[in-house]
Design a protein around this ligand. Structure first.
Ligand code: P6P
Length: 336
């Protein structure tokens, strides 16, 4: 039972029964993410004051200039998850390969794997626009007691046991699901405590916000161009409002509260779009669907896609059910 102002710790304890088959590890996993997020939040909030913004002078696995906060966030989440002996493996946007965690007795006894985008939208840091952390949790598929393998990470999103994000915005929120709805917790920085501020978050079935980088318009498939034109026509509740801040977590968080659709479709420049299936699209899709929305790649449910590579990209359209239904109709009519 959710009570406004319930702390995240109380919520986890009182909803322990939701974590099926878990003897407390999943609760401890969410708790460790909560702790790491507080440390990252502290650094993000002072990024403008100390020399931690700007490039770390390295290039990450995505070929992107690695911002120092990216490195700090990646190290913090990996260290926190490793030290608590809850997971047997971690895959991160910032690391080429996954990390194996053997446990204190080198026994590989932990049964969960975590995939994480430690600081999504980090190019926004220097311009003081909100950024986010995204995480996805699976039960391992290889035998407990043996080293984790790539197949433990290449699982379809419909097998996730938990997913969530932290948005470092005007306030810092942790939003997550374990398959029993979506709940949002707001950090009181003075106390370092997260309080339940958004119980049972629901995606409005309809909305009037569309979020897409229209600078790529000429490269989109005809069906997506037609849908964007549909959003801009004068009819009924249209034209919709265009809102896009280039930070996935913030764009989807806003649309989940107000109603709307987010699109990063395929294009002639990028046939699989830009976003990563395993640690961006699948966790966000789990949350969106648990809140009553939809998440597709254009014509297929995101969480039904069978991953083939750790850092693979997929086209991503998610949000209010009726808006995604309409976008899918337009896309299917002209998918090229
Ligand atoms: P573009 C940030 O780099 C990110 O991964 C998402 O957070 C964001 O939605 C998208 O890329 C923005 O990409 O090409 O529009 O700048």
């Amino acid at each position: 039972m959710a009570r406004i102002n319930q702390t995240l710790g109380e919520f986890i304890i009182e909803n322990q029964s939701e974590f099926q088959y878990s003897s407390g590890e999943l609760s401890r996993l969410i708790n460790s993410i909560r702790l790491a997020a507080k440390a990252v939040n502290h650094e993000v909030n002072k990024a403008g004051l100390v020399d931690i913004t700007g490039s770390a002078g390295e290039i990450n696995t995505q070929g992107e200039d690695q911002q120092k906060l990216d490195v700090f966030a990646n190290d913090t989440f990996i260290r926190t998850l490793t030290n608590r002996e809850i997971v047997c493996g971690i895959a991160s946007e910032e690391n080429d390969d996954f990390i194996t965690i053997q446990g204190s007795n080198n026994d590989h006894k932990n049964k969960y794997v975590v995939l994480i985008d430690p600081l999504d939208g980090s190019s926004n840091i220097d311009v003081n626009v909100s950024v986010g952390t995204i995480f996805s949790v699976y039960r391992r598929v290889t035998p407990v007691g043996t080293p984790v393998q790539l197949k433990d990470f290449l699982q379809p999103g419909n097998l996730q046991v938990a997913a969530g994000y932290i948005v470092y915005g005007t306030s810092t929120m942790l939003v997550y699901t374990t398959g029993h709805g979506v709940n949002g917790f707001t950090l009181n920085p003075a106390l370092g405590t997260y309080y339940l501020s958004h119980p049972n978050m629901q995606f409005p079935e309809d909305g009037n916000i569309y979020s897409v980088n229209e600078g790529n318009y000429i490269h989109f498939p005809k069906g997506i161009k037609n849908y964007i034109k549909y959003c801009q026509e004068e009819e009924g509740d249209r034209p919709y409002t265009s809102r896009y801040i280039g930070s996935l977590v913030s764009d989807i968080h806003r649309n989940m509260i107000k109603g709307g659709i987010y699109m990063y479709p395929k294009s002639s420049k990028a046939n699989n779009g830009k976003l990563r299936l395993l640690y961006e699209c699948n966790p966000m899709a789990f949350i969106v669907e648990q809140a009553g929305g939809r998440a597709i790649n254009g014509d297929t449910r995101i969480m039904d896609l069978q991953p083939t590579e750790l850092h693979q990209r997929v086209p991503f359209i998610c949000g209010s059910k009726n808006m995604v239904d309409t976008a899918e109709e337009f896309y299917r009519a002209d998918p090229d």
